[in-house]
Design a protein around this ligand. Structure first.
Ligand SMILES: [Zn+2]
Length: 199
């Protein structure tokens, strides 16, 4: 009876940053969206991993720092829908100030984004056969979110590891990890570095 393809996770990252493609067969979601000016590199990496760009239905930036959302607009122009949690909207225009003309950053337009509350993320992901939810996990930045799949895989972007959290932001970081554990997170797919158990 089970013709449903299994869920797969592929790293198409480069420049010490992980960009994750979560796929249910040919329905795909890209988590974290490249550096500005590197669309050719992202295309090459996708090709290398046998992932047609046209099969990527949604893009999600864990947060709007240039190494995580640099190609968001170009991906939109290539036909990918950008998922933006309501808690991320105000961070988008701030990105531009961290880029220089030579970065060839294409500014993210506020038009055409799929802006939604976290509570609506499960239904949206289900449309492409991915069971999970997007949760606000502030700490590294106010707009940080994590994608948590029902199998316990969690994509945390730059959320600081628990043991390195300190000070005021540290309290936010710790609360974010508590939330993820409460929601069943098991295996961490970070924005930088290797996959690790949540511990
Ligand atoms: Zn960051």
């Amino acid at each position: 009876m089970s013709d449903t393809p299994t869920l797969t996770i592929t790293n198409v990252g480069y420049l010490s940053t992980n960009y994750w493609v979560v796929s249910r067969g040919r329905s795909r979601l890209l988590v974290d969206l490249g550096y500005p000016g590197t669309m050719a590199t992202l295309r090459a990496r996708l090709k290398q991993m046998d992932i047609p760009l046209a099969e990527i239905r949604y893009a999600l930036a864990t947060h709007y720092h240039i190494d995580h959302a640099g190609l968001a607009q170009e991906l939109k122009m290539a036909g990918v829908d950008l998922i933006v949690l309501e808690s991320q909207v105000t961070a988008i225009p701030l990105m531009k100030q961290f880029t220089k003309p030579r970065d060839h950053y294409v500014e993210i337009s506020l038009d055409g984004n799929l802006i939604l509350p976290a509570s609506a993320s499960r239904a949206l992901l289900a449309k492409i056969g991915i069971q999970g939810e997007i949760l606000p996990t502030p700490g590294h930045s106010d707009d940080s979110v994590s994608l948590l799949l029902d199998d316990g895989s969690v994509f945390t972007g730059d959320l600081t590891p628990d043991e390195l959290a300190w000070g005021e932001a540290g309290e936010l970081v710790k609360a974010s990890w508590v939330l993820l554990r409460q929601h069943g997170a098991v295996q961490v797919y970070p924005g930088h570095g290797p996959v690790r158990p949540i511990g």
